[in-house]
Design a protein around this ligand. Structure first.
Ligand code: OSB
Ligand code: MG
Length: 356
């Protein structure tokens, strides 16, 4: 059934992280996101979250560029339109170049709206299953804290721990930690900190015990990634490199990676993300859902994505309390026995509270 888009509201949320998030790219102390609320003609609300950062260190977009593009370009394009299927939003936004994170925030809200109109949880609407989603956490801190943070995460029950790495990190320290936790899967995320000049150093990471190495080289370094995939036994996984269906196709054609990190924001929304999932499935490429130091609206969308039967690796799913004193959703996201249970409520499945 068609939905007429009546109104689109933007709310800025700004909160401090409980502790700084440190990677080779940036240290994040505070987070600002935009919550997009789309109202349909029946009065139902759909929610999306824009997760661009304050400065362009992860993608080219920023939270201010997104606010500008959503407000002055995307809202006028969508308001009063009659939409039959949420995929039509992607078509409608084709006249706007780039700006995928801005587009994703609005498009996600429309998917939530459609799921609610169909009286279905979003995970069901996109074709997922009801099984609890395995929870993974990211350690992005000084090296002196890694051991202690792994011990804490293990106690909470996380089944997968992603450690932010760089070429100079102490490998014997990492080896001994990984040996101490045989039941936990360890991922390494290099955020593009390797280059042709230190390729051999990357090879030293091959026998540390990581399940995969995420984004060793820069975004466009297809040749270096292909070389890494052929010379290392550890799986190569791409994050920053994959911002479209075409990028995923490049990775496959050039044999530049084994696994893709799905991020709805970086890919420009659900429509493109689901195409990437289909492509990866058809080529036996592994997938998992990546985090963006986000709030509960984005996490709820991510949980729906992770519920798809094709997603086999554990994603960045930490409890609300990991980054935040208080999340913006009710109930908050909790990790039980290493998993997050999916909501049985319609749409994203959580109430959203936009006041402090
Ligand atoms: O490289 O995966 C990344 C957070 C922000 C920007 C980029 C990345 C990350 C993370 C995920 O590592 C952290 C999380 O939200 O759990
Ligand atoms: Mg990453």
């Amino acid at each position: 059934m068609a939905i007429t888009i009546k109104d689109i509201q933007l709310t800025t949320i700004r909160r401090s992280l409980k502790s700084p998030f440190k990677s080779v790219l940036q240290q994040v102390n505070e987070r600002e996101v935009i919550i997009v609320t789309v109202t349909g003609d029946s009065g139902i609300y759909g929610y999306g979250e824009c997760v661009a950062f304050e400065t362009p260190w992860y993608t080219e977009e920023t939270i201010s560029s997104c606010y500008f593009v959503i407000k002055t370009v995307l809202v006028p394009l969508l308001t009063k339109k009659i939409i039959q299927r949420p995929e039509e939003v992607w078509e409608l936004f084709q006249v706007v170049k780039g700006n995928r994170m801005a587009k994703a925030a609005v498009e996600m809200a429309v998917w939530d709206l459609f799921a609610k109109q169909q009286q279905q949880p979003l995970w069901k609407f996109v074709g997922g299953t009801s099984q609890p989603v395995p929870a993974g956490i990211v350690i992005a801190a000084d090296h002196s804290h890694i051991k202690e943070l792994v011990a804490q995460a293990s106690k909470v029950g996380y089944q997968r721990i992603k450690i932010k790495i760089h070429p100079n990190i102490d490998l014997s320290m990492l080896k001994s930690i990984i040996r101490d936790y045989p039941r936990i899967q360890f991922f390494a995320d290099a955020n593009g900190s390797f280059h042709a000049g230190n390729f051999n150093r990357l090879k030293d990471f091959d026998d540390v015990g990581f399940t995969l190495i995420e984004q060793p080289f820069g975004e466009k370094e297809w040749i270096l990634h292909a070389q890494a995939k052929s010379e290392l036994t550890t799986k190569i996984c791409l994050d920053e490199s994959i911002s479209s269906l075409e990028d995923a196709q490049q990775m496959i054609d050039r044999k530049a990676g084994d696994i893709v990190v799905l991020k709805i924001s970086r890919l420009g929304g659900w429509t493109e993300t689901l195409k990437v999932v289909e492509l990866c499935h058809n080529h036996s490429i592994g997938m998992w859902v990546g985090g963006m130091i986000e709030f509960g609206v984005s996490k709820a969308h991510n949980l729906a994505l992770a519920s798809l039967p094709d997603i086999h690796y554990t994603g960045d799913f930490s409890a609300s309390t990991h980054f935040w004193k208080k999340d913006i959703i009710e109930p908050e996201i909790i990790v039980e026995y290493g998993k997050v249970r999916l909501s049985t409520q319609i749409g994203i499945g959580y109430a959203v509270s936009l006041n402090e």
